[in-house]
Ligand binder design. Structure first.
Ligand code: HEM
Length: 398
C-alpha cells in the first residue's frame, strides 16, 4: 500500500492543506513504512502521545542523509553532526544539561513579563500598516516573531535582520525530506557566523545586562563554545518560524470572522486565549517530531525493530477524529485532550508559555487594529515545505 509519498507533501496543493493526506494515513496505514524517507510515520493521537512519553526512544533523528555524491558527503555529515548536538535532537544527559542551563529563563512569570513588550512591538508594527492592501505576514507576523524571539534571547534590536538570515539558513537544511548538500553548505556558513556573533556580542551583553528577564540566560556563557552555540542556535530557530506561523494561522482565522465576532474576542480574554489554543491545534507549526527506536517496539500492532527512524506526525494527531469531534472544524474552547503542537514529555517545548503570551498579546493588538474596519482576507500563499506550516504571504485589505 502506498498512501504517504513525501513527494505528495511537497506539491503546492498539499502544502496549502496537508490534512487530507494525514487523514488518509490515519485511516489506511496508521503505522506507515515509507521507503523514500527511510522512516515509519505514526499519525494517530493515541500512538503519538504514547510515543512522545516513551523513554526508550531517542530524539536523534537518525540517518536521513539519503543518496549523496561522495564529494558532498563530508559537508552533509558535518551539518548533521551540528544539528544532532541541539537539545531537541539529543538525549540525556546532553539534552538535560542544555535544557537545565536555560530552563530558569522560561517559567510563567518570565513569560508574562514579556507581555508589555509584545503589545508595544505589535502595535508599532500595525500602526505602520496603512489603508488598502497589505501582506500581514510580512508586515506583522514575521517581524513580531523575529523581534520577540531575538529580544527574549538578548539579541540587540539592530541585529535582528542579520540573526534572522542565519536562522533561515539553518532551518532550510531541516526542511527537506533528505539532506541537501547545497543547503548543508549554507547552514554550515550560518553556523560559523552565528558562533562568532554569539561569542562577540550576545554573551558579553548577557554578562553586562541588568534586565531581570535576561539574567537567567547567563548560564549559556558558562558552557563550552560548541554547546553554547548548539543551545543558542536552537532557541533561535526553534522560536522564530513557529511563532510567525501560529500568528499567521490565528490571524487568517480571525479575518474570516465577522466584525461582531472579532469584537467579542477582543472583549473577552478567555475567548482570545481559546482562539489561540485552537489555532495551535488546528494548524501545528511543526508537523513532525522525529525519533529513533533503540529497542524493538510494537506500534499499532506492527513490530518496529531497534535503530529505525520514526516520524511522529503531531499535526495529524491534532486532527484525529478518534479523540476530537469534528477535528477539521475550528472551535475555540472545544473538548478533547491537549493538542500536541508543543510536544509532550522530556522535550516538551521550553517556551510553550512564552509562545502563548506572544500569540495572545500579538493577536490582541491585531484585533484592536481590525476593530471598526471591514478588513478581509484576499489571498493566502504558502510555500511547499516538508513538515512545517509556512505562510510567506497573507494578503488582506483594510
Ligand atoms: C508556537 C510556537 C512554538 C511551537 C509550536 C513549538 C513547538 C515545539 C515542539 C513540538 C517541540 C518538541 C520537539 C520534540 O519533542 O522533539 C519544541 C521544543 C523546543 N522548543 Fe518550541 N515551539 C514554539 C516556540 C518556541 C520558542 C519561542 C522557543 C524559544 C525561544 C522554543 C524553544 C524550544 C526548545 C529549546 C525546545 C527543545 C526542548 C528539549 O528538547 O528539551 N520554542 N517546540
Amino acid at each position: 500500500m502506498h498512501v504517504f509519498d513525501p513527494e505528495i507533501l511537497l506539491t503546492e496543493k498539499t502544502a496549502l492543506d496537508p490534512y487530507p493526506v494525514f487523514a488518509r494515513m490515519r485511516a489506511l496505514d496508521p503505522v506507515h513504512w515509507n521507503e523514500p524517507t527511510n522512516s515509519w510515520y505514526v499519525p494517530t493521537y493515541g500512538d503519538v502521545a504514547r510515543l512522545l512519553l516513551e523513554e526508550s526512544l531517542s530524539a536523534c533523528p537518525g540517518d536521513y542523509t539519503g543518496p549523496q555524491r561522495d564529494e558532498d558527503r563530508p559537508e552533509v555529515e558535518e551539518a548533521m553532526a551540528f544539528f544532532n548536538s541541539w537539545m531537541v535532537f539529543s538525549d540525556p544527559p546532553h539534552q538535560t544539561r542544555l535544557r537545565e542551563t536555560v530552563a530558569p529563563a522560561f517559567p510563567r512569570r518570565s513569560a508574562e513579563a514579556w507581555a508589555g513588550h509584545v503589545r508595544r512591538t505589535a502595535r508599532e508594527l500595525l500602526d505602520a500598516v496603512g489603508e488598502g492592501e497589505t501582506d500581514l505576514f510580512g508586515a506583522f507576523a514575521a517581524p513580531l516573531a523575529v523581534r520577540l524571539t531575538c529580544a527574549v534571547l538578548g539579541v540587540p534590536e539592530q541585529d535582528v535582520q542579520l540573526v534572522q538570515d542565519w536562522s533561515s539558513r539553518l532551518i532550510g537544511f531541516l526542511s527537506t525530506p533528505t539532506a541537501d548538500p547545497v543547503r548543508a553548505r549554507i547552514a554550515l556558513q550560518a553556523r560559523d557566523d552565528l558562533r562568532k556573533y554569539l561569542q562577540d556580542t550576545v554573551i558579553p551583553g548577557l554578562r553586562a545586562t541588568d534586565d531581570e528577564r535576561l539574567i537567567p540566560l547567563r548560564g549559556i556563557a558558562e558552557l563550552n563554545p560548541e554547546d553554547a552555540l548548539a543551545l543558542f542556535a536552537q532557541l533561535l530557530t526553534g522560536g522564530i518560524d513557529p511563532v510567525a506561523s501560529a500568528l499567521a494561522t490565528t490571524a487568517d482565522v480571525l479575518l474570516r470572522w465577522d466584525p461582531a465576532a472579532r469584537a467579542e474576542a477582543l472583549a473577552r480574554r478567555e475567548l482570545l486565549e481559546a482562539v489561540v489554543e485552537e489555532a495551535l491545534r488546528y494548524d501545528a507549526p511543526f508537523h513532525f517530531v522525529p525519533r529513533s527506536t533503540t529497542v524493538p517496539l510494537e506500534i499499532g500492532g506492527r513490530k518496529v525493530p531497534a535503530g529505525w527512524r520514526l516520524v511522529l506526525v503531531i499535526a495529524s494527531a491534532n486532527r484525529d477524529e478518534a479523540v476530537y469531534e469534528g477535528p477539521d472544524a475550528f472551535r475555540p474552547g472545544r473538548s478533547g485532550p491537549r493538542h500536541l503542537s508543543f510536544g509532550l514529555g522530556r522535550h516538551y517545548c521550553l517556551a510553550g508559555l512564552l509562545s502563548r503570551v506572544i500569540l495572545r498579546e500579538g493577536v490582541l493588538a491585531l484585533l484592536e487594529r481590525l476593530d471598526g474596519t471591514e478588513a478581509r482576507p484576499l489571498a493566502t500563499v504558502r510555500t511547499p515545505a516538508f513538515g512545517v506550516t509556512t505562510w510567506p504571504r497573507l494578503m488582506i485589505a483594510f
